[in-house]
Design a protein around this ligand. Structure first.
Ligand code: PEP
Ligand code: MG
Length: 589
C-alpha cells in the first residue's frame, strides 16, 4: 500500500481500478518493480512488441494497397527493429537487472538509440530518429494500454490516472464510466480541475508523479476530500474508505432533501444561486440542483470541443438551446476567454500555445480585440439569440477602461449591422464584465458606472494578485483565496457595486467552496455562481446562518494577516455547521 498527497479539487471517495492514460511526449518516469514481478514485466513487454508487429503489418498492407508497395516498405525498418533480438534483449535485460518497469526500459533504451542515431555522420541514419521515436510511442501505447480510443471503449468503471489532461479532454470524459480523476500536474483552479468539479467526480491534481506509481489495473482509492490517493490499499484501509463512502452517500441524500427549498438565510435574506456551465447540456444538471439561472457560460468550450471554428449559426444554435433549456431563467454568456490553458491546437492561426507567458499574454478579451471578425461573429450570435430569453453579455479579463469601452463599441457596431439588416436583437441586453484582474478590482467604482453588473472571477483574481500561476502544482501552496489581499479586493468590489447600485456576483471556484460562504455573505455578496454539483452544499450553509453571524465572521477575518489564520478560522466556522466539510479541500492552504 502506498499513500500519495495532492491538491483536492472535487470531493468524494472512489474505489476502483486505475486506467493510466498515456502522456505523449512526456518523459516516462522510472517505476521500480519487485524482483518477483520482473518476469511479469518481461511478459508485458513481449506482448506489447507482438501487438506492435501485428499493428505495423496491418499498416504495411493498408499502405501497399492505397499508396503502393514502395511506400509500404518504410515499415519494414520498424518490423526489423521489433524483430531484432539484440535490441529487444537489451530492454529485457534492463527490466531484469535494474528492476524497473517495461515502459521505463523501452523509453530509456530507445531514447538512447535515437540520440546515437541523431549524432551519426550519415544523413541516412540521422533520418531514422523519427522512426525510432515512432516505434517508442507505439510500444508504449500497447504497454500502457491507454490510447484515447481505449478510454472511449472502456467496458467497466475506472479511475483515470493521467499526467495532465487538457480542459477539452476532461470535458469529454464519460462520467458513467469514469469514477474519479487524478493527475500529476495542475493547480486548484486550473480549467481541468474546474471541469472535474463540474463533472461531480472525486478529483485530485498536482500529485506530481502518480502516473509513475500506478499501473492500469491497480486498485486505488481516491479521497477527493483530503487530496489523498491510496495505491493498492490494504484490507483495513479499504474498510475505512468504504465506511467513509457510505457516510458521503448519506450526506448526499441529506443534501438532496434541500431540493426546491429556497436559498435563504435564517434571518430571511434571499440569496441567488446561479450555476456555471461550459456546455448547454450542463443546464439540466444545474437546474436539477436548483440553479436560479446561469451566472457564467464559458463559451470558449464551443471552440475547445470542436475541430473547426464554430460558425455564427452553430453558436447561435447553442445559445438558443441554452436559453430554451433555462425556461425563462437568466443566462449570462461570457464572450470568448480563449488562451492561457484553454488553447485549441488545431486552430493554428491563433498560435497561442507558443506564448512564453500565456496567462499574461494574448488571452481572452485581448485576443478578441485583436481578432475582430472572431469577436463580432460571437457577438452577433449572442445578440440574435437575445430575443429568445433573458440573456446578459459579459466581457472577461478587462484590465483597463479603454478595453471595456472598445468592447462596448464593438457591441454597438454589431447592433447597428443587425439593425441595418433588419435582424431582431435585444437593444437593452445587460452588459457586464468580469472582475478578475487586480487593476479592475482597484478601479471598480469607475467601471461600475459603465456596466450593468460585475462578476468576480477569483480564479484569475487570485493568480494575478499573488503572482501564482493557477495551474502550476509546484507553487500551489501559494495560491489562496484566503490571502488577506484577495479578500480586501473582493470587499472593495462588492462595496463599489453597492455604491453604484449594480449587481455583483462571484463566479470563481471560491463561490463553490463551503468554507468561504459565510465570509462572502458577511462581505455583502448576495449572488453566487457555482459549479452545479456544489450548489446544495452552499445552500445548506446559507440556510444555517444569519447575515449578522456572517458579518461577525467577516469582521474577524479582516483582523487576520495571513492565509493560514484566515483559513483555520473559516474551516472551524464552516465545520460547526457542516462537519462533513473535511479538511484540505478549500481554495487555500
Ligand atoms: C475566474 O477566473 O474566476 C473565472 C470564473 O473564469 P475562468 O475560470 O474561466 O478563468
Ligand atoms: Mg477567469
Amino acid at each position: 500500500m502506498q499513500i500519495k498527497r495532492g491538491i483536492p479539487v472535487s470531493p468524494g471517495v472512489a474505489i476502483f481500478t486505475a486506467f493510466v492514460m498515456d502522456a505523449e511526449d512526456q518523459p516516462v518516469p522510472r517505476r521500480p518493480v519487485a524482483m518477483a514481478k520482473t518476469g511479469e514485466e518481461v511478459d508485458r513487454l513481449e506482448k506489447a512488441v507482438a501487438a506492435s508487429i501485428v499493428e505495423i503489418e496491418g499498416l504495411t498492407e493498408q499502405t501497399a494497397s492505397s499508396l503502393g508497395e514502395d511506400l509500404s516498405k518504410i515499415f519494414s525498418f520498424h518490423i526489423g527493429m521489433l524483430n531484432d533480438p539484440q535490441l529487444i534483449g537489451q530492454i529485457k535485460t534492463m527490466v531484469r537487472t535494474q528492476r524497473v518497469s517495461a515502459e521505463y526500459s523501452v523509453y530509456t533504451v530507445l531514447r538512447k538509440l535515437a540520440s546515437t542515431f541523431a549524432a551519426h555522420d550519415s544523413q541516412l541514419v540521422r533520418k531514422t530518429v523519427t522512426d525510432v521515436k515512432d516505434l517508442e510511442r507505439r510500444i508504449l501505447k500497447h504497454l500502457i494500454g491507454s490510447s484515447r480510443e481505449d478510454l472511449k471503449n472502456l467496458k467497466g468503471s475506472a479511475i483515470v490516472v493521467a499526467h495532465d489532461l487538457t480542459p477539452s479532454q476532461t470535458a469529454m470524459l464519460d462520467k458513467r464510466k469514469i469514477k474519479a480523476l487524478v493527475t500529476d500536474a495542475g493547480g486548484r483552479t486550473s480549467h481541468t480541475a474546474i471541469l472535474a468539479h463540474a463533472l461531480g467526480i472525486p478529483s485530485i491534481v498536482g500529485l506530481e508523479d502518480v502516473t509513475s506509481e500506478v499501473s492500469t489495473g491497480d486498485t486505488i482509492v481516491v479521497d477527493g476530500n483530503r487530496g489523498i490517493v491510496v495505491i493498492d490499499p490494504d484490507a483495513a484501509k479499504l474498510m475505512e474508505y468504504r465506511q467513509e463512502a457510505r457516510q458521503m452517500a448519506k450526506h448526499a441524500t441529506m443534501l438532496r432533501e434541500l431540493k426546491d427549498k429556497p436559498a435563504v438565510t435564517k434571518d430571511g435574506t434571499e440569496i441567488t444561486l446561479y450555476g456555471n456551465i461550459e456546455f448547454p447540456d450542463e443546464i439540466h444538471l444545474a437546474l436539477s440542483n436548483d440553479a436560479a439561472g446561469i451566472g457564467l457560460y464559458r463559451t470558449e468550450f464551443l471552440y475547445l470541443a470542436s475541430d473547426v471554428i464554430p460558425s455564427e449559426e452553430s453558436q447561435y444554435e447553442s445559445y438558443v438551446t441554452a436559453i430554451q433549456n433555462l425556461e425563462g431563467r437568466p443566462l449570462t454568456i461570457r464572450t470568448l476567454d480563449l488562451g492561457a490553458d484553454k488553447v485549441v491546437e488545431d486552430l493554428t492561426p491563433m498560435s497561442l500555445w507558443q506564448e512564453r507567458n500565456p496567462f499574461l499574454g494574448c488571452r481572452s478579451i485581448r485576443l478578441c480585440l485583436q481578432n475582430l471578425p472572431l469577436f463580432k461573429t460571437q457577438i452577433r450570435a449572442i445578440l440574435r439569440a437575445s430575443v429568445e430569453g433573458p440573456v446578459k453579455i459579459m466581457f472577461p479579463l478587462i484590465s483597463n477602461i479603454m478595453e471595456l469601452r472598445q468592447a462596448k463599441m464593438i457591441l454597438s457596431d454589431v447592433k447597428e449591422d443587425l439593425e441595418d439588416q433588419g435582424i431582431p436583437y435585444r437593444d437593452d441586453i445587460p452588459v457586464g464584465m468580469m472582475i478578475e484582474v487586480p487593476s479592475a478590482a482597484l478601479q471598480a467604482l469607475t467601471f461600475a458606472h459603465e456596466v450593468d453588473f460585475f462578476s468576480i472571477g477569483t480564479n484569475d483574481l487570485i493568480q494575478y494578485t499573488v503572482a501564482v500561476d493557477r495551474s502550476n502544482e509546484r507553487i500551489a501552496n501559494l495560491y489562496s483565496a484566503a490571502h488577506p489581499a484577495v479578500i480586501t479586493l473582493i470587499k472593495e468590489v462588492i462595496r463599489a457595486s453597492q455604491r453604484a447600485k449594480i449587481d455583483v456576483s462571484l463566479c470563481g471556484e471560491m463561490a463553490s467552496d463551503p468554507e468561504f460562504t459565510m465570509l462572502l455573505l458577511g462581505l455583502g455578496l448576495r449572488t453566487f455562481s457555482i459549479t452545479p454539483p456544489a450548489i446544495p452544499e452552499i445552500k445548506q450553509i446559507i440556510r444555517s446562518v444569519s447575515i449578522e453571524q456572517c458579518r461577525r465572521v467577516a469582521r474577524k477575518v479582516s483582523g487576520f494577516d495571513s492565509n493560514r489564520e484566515v483559513l483555520n478560522y473559516l474551516k472551524g466556522e464552516a465545520g460547526k455547521i457542516m462537519p462533513e466539510v473535511v479538511g484540505g479541500r478549500s481554495i487555500g492552504y
